[in-house]
Design a protein around this ligand. Structure first.
Ligand SMILES: [Zn+2]
Length: 463
């Protein structure tokens, strides 16, 4: 594999153990891994001996740029990129919003999922995200079983790391669930496909480009049996478990009415607590429940924009951090966010908690930590989320010489939360390969992709 040198970066925000920011730095990547980080030609750890110059197959001049670790998106539904901004659902809250959109989503097929993934993952790469989860749980009968395969193909084409979460719905309206009966699957089919995907795609190595997780959609769309049996297969196979939980008060009341338990107690009763589990949202956890998450090392994907858009509430990020709950950031589906921009998510997160908590809110640096190291912890991939020798070479850069960052040079670690970035990032590197250059995706032609995706979206939204 070819080597890449990022030369003379104005600042490098490492998010290493000491949360160091380095200035005037070269980063050498080789074989997909960071080989050295050096200053003015003098390598830092672990090779302290002087090296007069560094040679590499390719060089990026990063003068004027601030380099950050690749961001990690811990929750998404990429297919929803094809169904954004549908007027008739914009005023609705979660349950009514879902019921209306199921009628659109029943028309998805392999092509819509593939293009939705290209668009959503493309937006993520252009906003500094280098690893994304996706939670795909809609499998219309006519669409076949290659939907997860299609999004993994899109990820490989773009060059982004992906954790594909095999979602599922098994409890339709006639059994007291929320989704229509024609959108739920047979449990045996779900479990069989889950095992197929794990066997075919899951790579647990530190430098893996794709992993599989198992992810029944939510307590209100999945039977007890499917939750239990999915957990059993995941633990036998060494893959992680993911679902939506404690997103809205409606969900809490529904769970209490049907099971007599609050959502977290219900999941605990099914064996769904532990360091291999992460829940999306966690807006409505009590203090005792937060402590239980911390003690069991159960993770949370915090999705502030989605929670604001669907009026679900404000998750207690400060409580998660104080208790030691593993917590990452997620953009959630594009239909409940309307974009897949991780830097916007960082800024929204910062502002939301500032509004409510004032001086007690998590600091900008803490939000960046959540979006990098925190996300890596939540998805069980601790090698990601920092710029350090020996770690996978995932990073991106913002050009700090533009108008919108003038005057902001004193705090690179805080800048993504306070300023955000109104443009695509200058470059994104995944596994030592440049996948965004000068703000453009390297591996696809953006206008051609957008045109094709728009055609498919129009057809889907009109159905
Ligand atoms: Zn979601």
């Amino acid at each position: 594999m070819s080597s890449l040198l990022i030369q003379n970066a104005t600042a490098v925000v490492t998010m290493n153990e000491g949360r160091e920011t380095l200035y005037g730095v070269d980063i050498l990547c080789d074989d997909g891994v960071i080989q050295s980080i050096s200053q003015s030609g003098k390598p830092r750890s672990p090779h302290e001996s002087a090296v007069p110059s560094i040679s590499a197959d390719a060089v990026i001049d990063a003068d004027g740029m601030i380099v950050y670790p690749g961001l990690i998106n811990t929750h998404h539904h990429l297919y929803q990129s094809m169904t954004r901004n549908i007027s008739r659902v914009q005023h609705l809250e979660l349950f009514d919003w879902l019921k209306a959109l199921y009628q659109v989503w029943k028309g998805i097929d392999e092509e819509a999922v593939y293009y939705g993934a290209l668009v959503g993952l493309g937006e993520l790469l252009k906003s500094g995200c280098t690893t994304s989860c996706d939670h795909h749980y809609v499998f219309p009968k006519a669409a076949g079983y290659r939907l997860i395969d299609a999004e993994l193909e899109a990820a490989a084409e773009l060059g982004i790391r992906m954790v594909a979460c095999r979602g599922s719905m098994s409890k339709g309206e006639k059994h007291g669930g929320l989704p229509p009966d024609n959108l739920v699957e047979d449990i045996d089919d779900i479990l069989q496909d889950s095992e197929r995907l794990i066997n075919k795609y899951h790579d647990p190595s530190a430098t893996s480009m794709r992993r599989i997780a198992l992810a029944p959609c939510s307590p209100f769309s999945v039977s007890d049996d499917l939750m239990r049996e999915t957990a059993s297969i995941a633990r036998m196979s060494g893959v992680r478990l993911h679902t939506h939980l404690a997103e809205t008060r409606d969900e809490e009341l529904d769970c209490l009415e049907k099971t007599g338990m609050r959502p977290l107690a219900y999941m605990e009763s099914l064996g769904w607590l532990g360091p291999d589990v992460w829940f999306a949202h966690g807006v409505h956890f009590t203090g005792d429940e937060v402590n239980l998450l911390a003690v069991s090392s159960t993770g949370v994907a915090h999705c502030p924009t989605s929670n604001m858009k669907l009026s679900s509430g404000r998750a207690g990020l400060e409580a998660f951090l104080e208790a030691g709950v593993p917590v990452g950031l997620g953009v959630d589906g594009s239909a409940s966010n309307d974009c897949s921009n991780m830097i916007s998510e960082i800024r929204t997160c910062y502002l939301l908690h500032r509004l409510e908590l004032g001086p007690c809110a998590p600091r900008p640096e803490d939000i960046l930590h959540v979006a990098t190291v925190g996300g890596a912890s939540v998805i069980g991939w601790p090698e990601l989320g920092r710029i350090a020798v020996g770690h996978p070479a995932d990073m991106f850069a913002v050009d700090a010489s533009n108008f919108d960052w003038v005057g902001a040079e004193s705090g690179p670690m805080a800048a993504l939360a306070t300023l955000g970035c109104q443009r695509p990032v200058s470059f994104t590197i995944v596994a030592g390969k440049v996948v965004v250059s000068d703000g453009e995706l390297v591996n696809v032609d953006e206008p051609t992709l957008a045109e094709q995706a728009r055609k498919i979206s129009r057809r889907l939204c009109a159905s």
